[in-house]
Ligand binder design. Structure first.
Ligand SMILES: [Zn+2]
Length: 233
């Protein structure tokens, strides 16, 4: 019964480990999708900012053009040569400004185009990922649920096994299992404990053959199970 208990406990451990692995995969899928979505949001924000900067440049551009027109109108009423030259310099400077702004505008437009292209690619990748993630999530969840059913079945099997054992023994077994990396039992064979590979005192080993009481290995404290050599057939 103890062997069956050990077997079912190991099965539960294995199932839980498999389930944890799947949960981690699920988390990975969600994280990947979140990261892709975040990139889309970042690029969208960059696009909006680029458009705002472009609009600001357009406003300045229009204002400079207006200044030039106003200065050129004023020029017609200028009487002195000195004033004429001063306004002429203003117009030249404003025209230079307009050229510079136009240059910046062109740069901004190509920058926005670049971001938009990247955004479109990122968005379609994100949609693809989302669709894929939905399918994979469903698959993983189904696997997790299936394992959960196995765990539940194993737990009820464990309960029926422990019913046949004393509460004290189950407790001892459980504590031993925790302390001994999942192995509360050890096979005794040829005078050795197979749990820790230490030699068992001959008297103890002989007592195992009496099947009178549960005996523990004095070295690793595991409960000893006697396995006799199977006769060769
Ligand atoms: Zn031992």
């Amino acid at each position: 019964m103890l062997e069956e208990l050990q077997e079912v406990d190991q099965l539960i451990d294995t199932l839980k480990a498999a389930q944890n692995g799947l949960q981690a995969e699920l988390a990975g899928i969600t994280q990947g999708l979140d990261a892709a979505r975040e990139e889309v949001v970042t690029l969208e924000a960059a696009c909006v900012q680029g458009e705002a900067e472009k609009s600001a440049l357009e406003v300045t551009h229009a204002a400079e053009l207006e200044n030039i027109v106003r200065s050129e109108t004023n020029m017609k009423e200028i009487k002195t040569n000195k004033e004429f030259q001063a306004v002429g310099r203003e117009i030249t400077a404003a025209k230079k400004q307009v050229t510079d702004i136009e240059e910046l505008l062109l740069q901004k437009i190509s920058q926005i185009e670049e971001i938009s292209t990247g955004l479109a690619a990122k968005k379609s990748r994100c949609d693809e990922l989302a669709e894929n993630a939905a399918q994979r999530t469903t698959e993983k969840q189904a696997e997790i649920d299936k394992i959960q059913a196995d765990i539940d079945a194993s737990i009820s099997r464990r309960e029926s096994v422990t019913k046949g054992l004393s509460a004290g023994l189950v407790k001892k077994f459980t504590i031993l299992r925790e302390q001994r990396r999942g192995q509360a039992l050890a096979i005794a064979k040829d005078g050795y404990c197979m749990g820790c590979n230490m030699h068992l005192p001959p008297q103890l080993y002989n007592n195992l053959y009496k099947y009178e009481e549960l005996l523990a290995c004095p070295h690793c404290q595991r409960i000893l199970i006697l396995k006799l050599q199977q006769p060769q057939s």
